[in-house]
Design a protein around this ligand. Structure first.
Ligand SMILES: [Zn+2]
Length: 380
């Protein structure tokens, strides 16, 4: 299996992304996209500070007389935790929610509690029925698709958006950021927002009915939320010089935040999925995308990234423990879990999905733009 991989000379993305394109100098499309598109939405400077100040003012203004002026979902990770602290500094009044889809480590919950206590927020926790999550997760494993985190991610966004509309909130504050997430090969991951795909996979491989597990439809995601409810996602970390290392230091100093280390992470399933399932089944090492993002935003050098990539993805003993833990929790045998991890992967396109609707939406968008002579933003 000694296949020759070509790696970008500027970042660390390589041909494990089947859609990667190199220019004549060996620089990849992700690097070009960062220069041409992504960096135009990233302001790690005084300009960003000014822009952010005016956005905050608008949020406060629109929220006058309401119980909350924005919403934030806390996972316990560094990005959203740091953002929760910043929001307090800005004087915003967020509805803070946490979605428990069964895999959160105790430490993540502990960290969330510290932040909420320090900021004086009231935490709303949405616990999703574990039997349904379990059934859906096993269905996803049987389907063999790449993105096994859809089950947790879709649950998170569905809960977040439903809370948002229920409480008549306009602004969703997101920890998403260009500094650490700009490189994201589409071929590695199908969107977690595709509920048609989720339902098709569950229909084929699931056992129970999904009653408690909420989904977001294509119509809600692309039309109802952005145009009817006028919901807006704000990513404040793109308007500051966001550096995860410093953010972590601040969190530790201010609220006593505890680092996850590599043992369990925030979610033990996500760790298993990223560090074992994806590399074994699809030859995807997600660290490449994260590290490439950090190189492009100037947080690390390419040499530092290469050293990081040399480190093993899993400790052998930890992997054995995690196999046992996950299999037991999902009610399947270890052999079964090994089988679904090692067998040939499947594309999400083998199951019904939203691709045709997306094509149609893009077509309508172009027509509307032509008629009105205005740019119509597609929600993302
Ligand atoms: Zn590159």
């Amino acid at each position: 299996m000694a296949e020759a991989y070509q790696m970008c000379i500027q970042c660390v993305m390589d041909t494990s992304d089947p859609h990667i394109i190199f220019d004549e100098n060996g620089v990849c499309n992700h690097c070009h996209e960062f220069e041409e598109i992504t960096s135009k939405r990233w302001f790690p400077n005084e300009v960003g500070q000014k822009l952010l100040e005016s956005i905050i003012e608008q949020i406060k203004k629109d929220g006058q007389g309401k119980e909350y002026d924005c919403i934030i979902g806390l996972s316990g990770g560094v990005d959203s935790s740091y953002l929760a602290l910043k929001i307090k500094d800005y004087g915003l009044r967020p509805l803070v929610i946490h979605v428990d889809a069964g895999w959160n480590s105790e430490l993540a919950v502990w960290n969330i509690e510290q932040i909420v206590k320090y900021c004086g927020y009231e935490l709303h926790t949405r616990v999703i029925d574990w039997q349904e999550i379990k059934d859906l997760q096993v269905a996803y494993l049987k389907s063999g698709v790449a993105n096994q985190d859809v089950v947790q991610d879709h649950a998170f966004f569905a809960s977040l958006y439903h809370y948002t509309t229920k409480n008549k909130i306009k602004y969703v504050i997101s920890g998403g950021n260009i500094a650490t997430e700009s490189v994201f090969p589409e071929s590695w991951h199908h969107s977690a927002m595709d509920a048609i795909n989720l339902r098709a996979i569950h229909k084929k491989f699931g056992q129970c009915k999904l009653k408690d597990y909420e989904t977001i439809s294509f119509f809600q995601y692309y039309f109802y939320y952005p145009f009817v409810k006028k919901m807006k996602t704000i990513r404040p970390l793109n308007y500051m010089n966001y550096d995860k290392v410093h953010a972590l230091q601040e969190l530790k100093a201010v609220v006593g935040y505890k680092e996850y280390g590599r043992k369990h992470g925030e979610s033990r399933f996500t760790k298993f999925f990223q560090n074992h399932y994806l590399p074994t089944k699809f030859n995807i090492d997600k660290r490449r995308a994260h590290l490439s993002s950090e190189i492009l935003s100037g947080l690390i050098t390419r040499d530092q990234a290469l050293i990081e990539l040399e480190k093993p993805l899993y400790d052998a003993i930890e992997l054995k423990e995690d196999f046992a833990y996950i299999a037991k929790k999902l009610g399947i045998s270890i052999e079964n879990l090994m089988e679904v991890t090692q067998s040939t992967g499947h594309s999400y396109q083998e199951y019904k999905n939203w691709d045709h609707l997306q094509k149609l939406a893009k077509h309508i968008q172009r027509v509307v733009e032509k008629i009105t002579n205005k740019n119509v933003k597609i929600y993302s």
